[in-house]
Design a protein around this ligand. Structure first.
Ligand SMILES: NC(=O)c1ccc[n+]([C@@H]2O[C@H](COP(=O)([O-])OP(=O)(O)OC[C@H]3O[C@@H](n4cnc5c(N)ncnc54)[C@H](OP(=O)(O)O)[C@@H]3O)[C@@H](O)[C@H]2O)c1
Length: 330
């Protein structure tokens, strides 16, 4: 029977999410890959439990994570039931709806019908009465924003989620309108989930990070390792057990061309000089930004969880180091 490490909270970093009362572990574990039915359950379970032992309290899911869709939530529900049920109050569990989940007009996007039905399905799959954070996964260009935000707010009022968040709302004007609506409905936006890493600067360029800082909304960054590129994974070759070799539709060989690899090598040298692995430096760089409260990692093995959590040991960068990173990625 699983018994968590008694020292799991010793010297671990928890950051306040915007101006809310909620603190998140600086490192959060995402279940997008490696938790579906196509992966080995024992490995998924080992990663989740090791993460909890190492002070990770936040686990991020979505209705469509798998494959097949729904299976990551089901497998996570099994881990919860078999191993973590006694620790529910130590966990922050998030899920989302917004991408295609079931056939017909009610299984996608942002209608009230879809969001409420989808969360009910997610709760059943995970065996939960409520999630801690429920996100709208992506903006819907057709449904009125007010309907989507009203559904999120009503979900909180019904007790099925404690907080709500937005994901992939990259347009600052749209994000600001959504924050305002949620505030007026008495359910302020807790957190925004965005892609951000040393290579991907869209949120800086489009002004979203500035807005989030001004509005004091918590930011959690996904794919902080650029799906594995910002690690030592591809420095020599394409490992057989890597996401790239698995034929993932989300990571292609052309994403790792010679130009990218050269930059990764230079960043890797720099990380060594800081006594960090490249993964640790990439996570530390994200965590050094004031509005980022947590980085949302994916892992395929326990050793990666162990490596990543050590990123919090050094999250400060000199001006010279920051400039060097900019020179490398330019
Ligand atoms: N809201 C959204 O639309 C959205 C979109 C994408 C992701 N997300 C969330 O963000 C989470 C993370 O996304 P992601 O998986 O793309 O993140 P990521 O952390 O950028 O990439 C994860 C991959 O990096 C490699 N890796 C991780 N730690 C490593 C280490 N210490 N050393 C070497 N390699 C390491 C592994 O690759 P290998 O598998 O090759 O070993 C792992 O699968 C998802 O699970 C999900 O919860 C949200």
């Amino acid at each position: 029977m699983y018994s968590p490490a008694p020292d799991r909270y010793d010297n671990k970093v928890f950051n306040r999410c915007g101006n809310s009362g909620l603190k998140l572990s600086a490192i959060s574990l995402g279940l997008w890959h490696n938790f579906g039915d196509v992966t080995i359950y024992d490995n998924s379970r080992a990663m989740a439990l090791r993460a909890f032992d190492l002070g990770i309290t936040h686990f991020d899911l979505a209705n469509n994570y798998g494959p097949p869709s729904g299976s990551a939530e089901r497998n996570w529900g099994r881990i919860l039931k078999d191993d973590l049920s006694a620790y529910r109050d130590e966990l922050i569990i998030s899920t989302k709806a917004g991408y295609t989940m079931w056939p017909g007009p009610y299984g996608d996007w942002g209608s009230r019908k879809y969001l409420i039905s989808s969360l009910d399905q997610s709760l059943k799959r995970m065996g939960l009465e409520y999630v801690d954070i429920f996100y709208h996964h992506r903006p819907d260009p057709e449904t009125p924003l007010e309907e989507t935000m009203r559904a999120l707010s009503d979900i909180v009022k019904s007790g099925k989620a404690l907080y709500v968040g937005l994901s992939n709302y990259y347009n600052p004007e749209l994000a600001q309108k959504a924050y305002q609506l949620l505030r007026e409905m008495g359910t302020p936006c807790l957190i925004q989930q965005v892609k951000y890493n040393i290579f991907d600067r869209r949120v800086e360029q489009e002004g979203l990070l500035n807005l989030q800082e001004k509005e004091d909304i918590g930011v959690i960054t996904f794919s902080p390792l650029e799906k594995g590129i910002l690690t030592n994974r591809y420095l020599k070759d394409i490992p057989q057990d890597s996401r790239l070799a698995s034929g993932s539709p989300f990571l292609k060989e052309q994403d790792i061309n010679n130009d990218v690899l050269e930059k990764v090598r230079l960043l890797n040298d720099m990380a060594s000089q800081r006594n960090q692995t490249l993964a640790q430096m990439a996570l530390a760089w994200n965590l050094s930004k004031s509005s980022v409260c947590s980085v949302l990692i994916g892992t395929s093995k326990v050793s990666q969880v162990e490596d990543c959590v050590k990123a919090t040991e050094n999250t400060s960068f000199t001006e010279e180091e920051l400039k060097k990173i900019e020179d490398i990625v330019r």
